[in-house]
Design a protein around this ligand. Structure first.
Ligand SMILES: Nc1ncnc2c1ncn2[C@@H]1O[C@H](COP(=O)(O)OP(=O)(O)OP(=O)(O)O)[C@@H](O)[C@H]1O
Length: 617
């Protein structure tokens, strides 16, 4: 459980809120400033002030009419009341409308901006992989933005309304207070505006007490937010890994994990509820006393005949309004605490997105366009600083096929990620060929939600490729049975076996026809015959495409011109050219040696395995 800390300086929260708002005011100044002006105008209109005054006068006249038992005058006041109420309702709805549109459009801008900021430069991936990422970005964008924007608008306009209310009633209360004669040590002095002074003192005292009692609330709201997001994430993980959990019979453990996650939500909620109850005691007593205090303070003047009942009631109403205006902080403290939690989480995400690009000025991996793939002096490490790959050098020319092997954990996939430009932790240079003619194939292909046709065309739009081409590509990759389902929408990542998904990725390759292909164990789930059929594509439709593949499966070398191996060392793995037999698993080397199935080394150059072995097809 996080330690309870006090409310950070308001100035910090305001600066963070301004950080969220300023981009919008810069990006869409007409809409943003226009709406703000409309909302402020409706909050502070002269009409609003005039209405409040009119209500105040109405109250005075109505009570005076009652006091004088003047039924006709009282009925006249009722007519006024209906008119004033109608006008007041129209102003309230107009103000709500401006506030809603302001919050709605600001939130839309913020959500779209954060989504873009998270996806640009592969930041979403780096934030997941590296250190310094933030928890649950989905909740921050999906939920925290809602409250960070709408509550900011509500609170800011509420504050403005309080300022207007104060401006409206402070003068009236000052005027109605008269001068209070106070005798101290035999000397009598006149205190003007005593009721206004009493309202200010009362409100100040209330704010101080509320702050003392509720100062842990912002921290609790932050904890609650995080605990709720973690609980939801735990539920989501169970959905995503339903099969793995079911197969290993992990339901009981998952249930305990969920109970623990919800326990943290409950813990934060209980602390919050306790604080809210304490504040409710205070709040209820505070407003009750605010309604009676002016009567008690004004009663001596009323009994002395210095003021009428109407004046006393008007003074009471003015006192309540001034107190309410000055009590904005007291009334809104729980919401302020909640609001700050949402703002902090959104700003944290914004900062993490920026930080994901890496510290400026740090030597990193320089990626530049080139006619071929060329790695020069490439060192790779983890985000935490552990060295993985040292001084890697590879040149992959057009049409060439190179296999990179190496023992598990030696850094092969990290090399693949660095070439793809998504792994920033390292130094050195990478010259990459035209990215638009390049396709990367990870072990588990990404299949988006949608139709099979859309999964095939991804990342291009589904209509980029015709139905006939998509069907032909499926058939070529031994997935003809799926052709009738091309338009079917399903969770294809769950419906298809991993081997089928890998063949789907090859069908995708056939549609996109890249000139540069990078694979990371992209055939690991295929049987020999299917693997051979997939690599045969590079002898037919994809002839001329360069291929850099990663894998340590026996027999892969026969589809490549050269084999490189990552050999682990104390400072990281080094990339070295190897003879074909040395790149294979012992059993395969044994087989290739001729002792097993009679396949003997046919070529002279031990590094050129593709020429030496017959291509599978
Ligand atoms: N985000 C990360 N944070 C910390 N360590 C990481 C991260 N990603 C990878 N590693 C570590 O880097 C090392 C190399 O990982 P990599 O996935 O590149 O290995 P590999 O050679 O592809 O292994 P395999 O053949 O088993 O797939 C591993 O020890 C792994 O634990």
């Amino acid at each position: 459980m996080a330690a309870e800390t006090e409310w950070a300086p308001a100035e910090g929260a305001l600066r963070e809120t301004w950080r969220l708002a300023r981009g919008w005011y810069g990006d869409a100044p007409l809409v943003a400033w226009g709406l703000t002006a409309a909302a402020v105008a409706l909050t502070l209109t002269l009409l609003q002030i005039a209405l409040s005054y009119a209500f105040s006068d109405w109250q005075r006249n109505a009570f005076d009419a009652l006091d004088q038992r003047d039924a006709a005058a009282f009925q006249g006041q009722l007519g006024w009341f209906v008119a004033l109420t109608g006008l007041s309702m129209a102003v309230a709805v107009g103000r709500l409308c401006a506030r809603q549109v302001l919050g709605f459009l600001w939130r839309r801008w913020l959500v779209l901006k954060l989504q873009g900021a998270m996806l640009i430069n592969h930041r979403h991936y780096r934030m997941e992989m590296g250190e310094g990422g933030v928890d649950n970005p989905d909740q921050r964008i999906g939920e925290n933005t809602r409250w960070a924007t709408i509550m900011t608008v509500d609170l800011a306009l509420g504050l403005l309304h309080s300022v207007a209310l104060f401006a409206c009633f402070a003068g009236l209360l000052w005027h109605l207070s008269g001068t209070l004669a106070v005798t101290i040590g035999g000397t009598t002095i006149g205190v003007p505006g005593s009721m206004l002074l009493a309202a200010a003192l009362y409100s100040g005292l209330g704010a101080l007490v509320v702050w003392r009692v509720g100062r842990a609330m912002p921290r609790i709201h932050l904890d609650r937010n995080q605990a709720e997001a973690d609980h939801r994430f735990a539920l989501l993980r169970i959905r995503e890994h339903a099969e793995g959990i079911a197969l290993i019979r992990g339901a009981a453990d998952e249930e305990r994990g969920l109970a623990r996650a919800y326990g943290r939500v409950e813990g934060a909620m209980l602390r919050l509820l306790r604080s809210e109850r304490q504040l409710m005691w205070l709040g209820a007593g505070y407003m009750a006393v605010a309604g009676v205090l002016p009567l008690l303070l004004g009663a001596p003047r009323f009994f002395a005949g210095a003021i009428t009942l109407g004046v006393l009631m008007q003074m009471t109403q003015a006192f309540v309004e001034v107190t309410r205006a000055l009590s904005w902080f007291v009334e809104n403290w729980p919401r302020l605490a909640d609001w700050r939690g949402h703002v902090v989480r959104v700003v944290e995400l914004e900062r993490a997105c920026e930080a994901a690009d890496g510290a400026a000025g740090q030597p990193g991996i320089a990626i530049a366009p080139g006619p071929a793939l060329r790695l020069s002096g490439l060192n790779l490490g983890t985000a935490g600083g552990r060295a993985l790959v040292l001084d890697a050098e590879i040149t992959l020319r057009p049409g060439e096929r190179v296999l990179v092997t190496g023992e598990s954990g030696s850094g092969k996939s990290t090399l693949f990620r660095a070439i793809a430009g998504i792994w920033p932790w390292g130094q050195g240079r990478i010259a990459v060929p035209d990215r638009t003619a390049t396709l990367f194939m990870p072990q588990r292909p990404y299949l988006p939600l949608g139709s099979l046709h859309a999964a095939l065309a991804y990342p291009a739009a589904p209509d980029t490729f015709g139905q006939a081409d998509a069907a032909a590509a499926l058939r070529r990759c031994r997935l003809g049975a799926l052709v009738p389902q091309l338009d079917q929408v399903a969770r294809w990542d769950r419906v298809l076996s991993l081997g089928e998904q890998q063949r789907l990725a090859f069908a995708r390759l056939l549609l996109h026809r890249p000139r540069w292909v990078f694979m990371d164990e992209a055939t690991s789930a295929l049987d020999e015959a299917n693997q051979a059929a997939m690599f045969a594509l590079f002898e037919a439709e994809l002839a001329g495409a360069a291929l850099l593949s990663i894998g340590h499966r026996p027999g892969l070398d026969r589809y490549h011109d050269r084999v490189l191996a990552l050999r682990p060392g104390p400072d990281g793995a080094r990339l070295e050219p190897v003879a074909a037999a040395a790149s294979l698993w012992p059993v395969e080397a044994f087989r290739r040696g001729g002792a097993w199935d009679g396949i003997s080394a046919a070529g002279r150059n031990p590094l050129n395995v593709r020429r030496r072995l017959p291509s599978a097809g």
